[in-house]
Design a protein around this ligand. Structure first.
Ligand code: AMP
Length: 283
């Protein structure tokens, strides 16, 4: 049976009892509008822990754009049902007041460093410090042994992993593969905001990443990046924000693929005002 909490003190008390009994806790933080990507994280967490906690909270301080926050899809009823079906043990769905009492939205004082300045960091000011702030608050409440994050938000994973290591938190950060829809588009809460003609164009993003990866066998990084931007922009309803081919360890710029153990191709696009990101690894 799935337990449901809105209050942090109550869920913490319950989790403390489980932990005193020696149970391990797997944690999946989300912003809701639960889809197959989220459910794959729950499945992985179920395999590796005694209990799985999923939080649903649309975190205002990680949005630099008010409309994006306002329009972010919310579906508490359907989410609860999906998570119950997935045998999630505990759902935590706090209010804004519960997470930011008295409206105190001060961000955590932690210098993320170079990782936050790249890719998404250039386009979404203060986004990652907002993410770290809520993740730390949730870690304090849930006290997990392992926490699960999706590769779709690869930069977010790297930053949280670094934060946990820098602060010596006793939590293992687990990276899970990106779940995709039939045409390759990465599952995302934002996909339901797309009109049908935009939804078709959105599929170009993953196609471009794949074609770019093949082109890297015969062309240099700069040419492939230029090609990918042009290719995306040649389609209607979709506009490339960036395409970067970087070192998968630290997102540092790469001039060539020689020497890099693993590279990652990361891209962000705008489809009818909806911002989508995706990435694929290059070995
Ligand atoms: P969100 O609700 O978008 O903040 O995502 C919550 C978690 O689910 C994050 O760790 C995401 O990286 C992960 N996630 C979102 N979409 C996918 C996907 N298509 N495949 C795998 N993980 C995902």
């Amino acid at each position: 049976m799935t337990q449901f909490f809105k209050k942090k003190d109550q869920i913490s008390k319950e989790i403390k009892i489980y932990k005193e009994k020696g149970k391990t806790i797997g944690f999946v933080p989300t912003m809701g509008s639960i889809h197959e990507g989220h459910l794959s994280l729950v499945k992985q967490a179920k395999k590796e822990n005694d209990l799985v906690v999923v939080s649903i909270f649309v975190n205002p301080i990680q949005f630099d754009n008010k409309d994006d926050y306002k329009n972010y899809p919310r579906s508490e009823e359907a989410d609860t049902q999906s998570l119950r079906r997935a045998n999630c043990d505990i759902i935590f769905m706090p209010s804004e007041e519960e997470m930011y009492p008295k409206g105190d939205k001060e961000k955590i004082k932690y210098k993320i460093g170079d990782l936050a300045k790249k890719l998404e960091g250039k386009f979404r000011k203060g986004h990652f410090s907002g993410v770290i702030t809520i993740v730390q608050k949730l870690f304090d409440i849930v006290n997990p042994d392992k926490a699960y994050f999706g590769q779709k938000d690869y930069q977010q994973y790297l930053i949280i992993d670094k934060y946990v290591k820098d602060n010596k938190l006793p939590i293992e950060i687990v990276l899970c593969p990106t779940v995709r829809e039939k045409d390759g588009l990465a599952a995302s809460s934002r996909n339901i905001l797309l009109k049908s003609h935009e939804r078709k164009s959105a599929a170009i993003l993953y196609k471009t990443l794949n074609r770019a990866r093949i082109k890297l066998n015969s062309q240099n990084i700069q040419d492939v990046k230029t090609w990918a931007m042009k290719y995306i922009n040649s389609y209607p309803n979709i506009e490339a924000e960036y395409v970067e081919i970087v070192n998968a360890k630290d997102l540092s710029a790469l001039k060539t693929l020689d020497g890099a153990e693993k590279a990652v191709i990361c891209a962000a696009v705008n489809v009818g005002g909806v911002r989508l990101i995706d990435n694929i690894m290059v070995n």
